[in-house]
Ligand binder design. Structure first.
Ligand SMILES: [Zn+2]
Length: 264
C-alpha cells in the first residue's frame, strides 16, 4: 500500500491511497463517522434565561458546539471510577454568564480548566437585546456519534476512485484537438494512449464536455485500487488526530473480533 498526502490542514485532509482494498478503507470511514470519542455538552443547568429562545433550544445549540477533545485524558462517564456520578476524570464543566445587548458565542463558555478552552469560539448561541441575560452551567462528557450526532467528529468523509482515461493511439490527434476545446488546466498531459486530469474531482466537467461533443474515442474506467479519500473535522480533533485515532480503533476492533472467534 502507498499513501500520499495531497492536502493536510488543521481540519481537513485529502489522501491518495494506492493498492488498498476498497472494503478496508470503507471500514475506516465508518469508524470515523460513528466511533471516535468526542466531548460534547450533555447536562445544562439554566439559572436565568430572559432571552427570546426557550431553555430547550439553547441547550440543543450548546450540545452541538465542538469542544476540544483529548480522549486519552478522559474516561467515558459510564466506565469511570466514579460509577457515572461525574468527576474530573469523566466530566468537563463550563459556566456562562452574559447580560446586555450582544451575541452570546460558544467562546463565552468558561471552562473550569484553561486547557479545555473552546477553539471554535464564534459559534452563535443566542442574541441578547437590551437588558436580557443568560446564566448557566454545563457538563460535557465523552460520547460516540452512533449514540447522538452531537458527538460526531468527522463530517463528509468520502472517496473517489481514480479514473483511467484511455484512447487508441491512432486517435491521438483527435484527442489533442478535443483537449484544446476544454477549459485551460483541466487536462495536464496527453500521452501516447492516456491522458491525465489536473484534479480528479473535475472528472464530471470532463465527462460533460465529452457528452456535449459526442466524443466516443475516449474511454473512462475507474481504478478500484487507487482511491482519493477526503474528510473534514468539526474542530474537536485535528484531521491528523482523527485519522490516527480511527485507525487505532479499527485495529482494536479487529483484535476484539479475533479474540471472540478464538473463544468459540
Ligand atoms: Zn467520573
Amino acid at each position: 500500500m502507498k499513501i500520499s498526502l495531497d492536502e493536510l490542514k488543521q481540519k481537513k485532509a485529502v489522501l491518495s491511497i494506492e493498492d488498498i482494498d476498497f472494503y478496508l478503507l470503507n471500514s475506516i470511514r465508518r469508524v470515523m463517522l460513528s466511533e471516535l470519542p468526542k466531548l460534547a455538552i450533555e447536562d445544562v443547568v439554566i439559572y436565568d434565561n430572559t432571552t427570546t429562545l426557550f431553555d430547550e433550544i439553547i441547550s440543543h445549540r450548546l450540545g452541538l458546539v465542538p469542544l476540544p477533545t483529548d480522549p486519552d485524558l478522559l474516561n467515558f462517564r459510564d466506565e469511570c471510577i466514579c460509577d457515572g456520578k461525574g468527576c474530573p476524570n469523566c466530566t468537563v464543566r463550563y459556566t456562562l454568564s452574559k447580560e446586555g445587548e450582544g451575541t452570546v458565542y460558544s467562546g463565552d463558555l468558561q471552562p473550569s480548566e484553561a486547557s479545555w478552552r473552546i477553539g471554535e469560539d464564534l459559534v452563535p448561541i443566542v442574541e441578547l437585546f437590551n437588558d436580557q441575560r443568560l446564566i448557566l452551567e454545563v457538563e460535557a462528557v465523552l460520547g460516540r456519534a452512533k449514540d447522538h450526532a452531537k458527538w460526531q467528529v468527522v463530517t463528509a468523509p468520502g472517496y473517489r476512485l481514480y479514473p483511467m482515461i484511455q484512447f487508441d493511439s491512432k486517435n491521438k490527434k483527435n484527442v489533442e484537438a478535443f483537449v484544446k476545446e476544454l477549459p485551460e488546466g483541466l487536462v495536464t498531459s496527453v500521452k501516447k494512449d492516456t491522458l491525465e486530469l489536473s484534479d480528479i474531482s473535475k472528472l464530471p466537467v470532463f465527462e460533460s464536455y465529452m457528452d456535449m461533443e459526442d466524443i466516443d474515442f475516449i474511454r473512462i474506467e475507474k481504478d478500484p485500487r487507487h482511491i482519493r479519500f477526503h474528510f473534514e473535522t468539526d474542530g474537536s480533533y485535528s484531521a491528523s488526530k482523527a485519522l490516527k485515532k480511527s485507525v487505532d480503533l479499527f485495529e482494536q476492533k479487529l483484535k476484539d473480533f479475533t479474540e471472540l472467534i478464538d473463544d468459540i
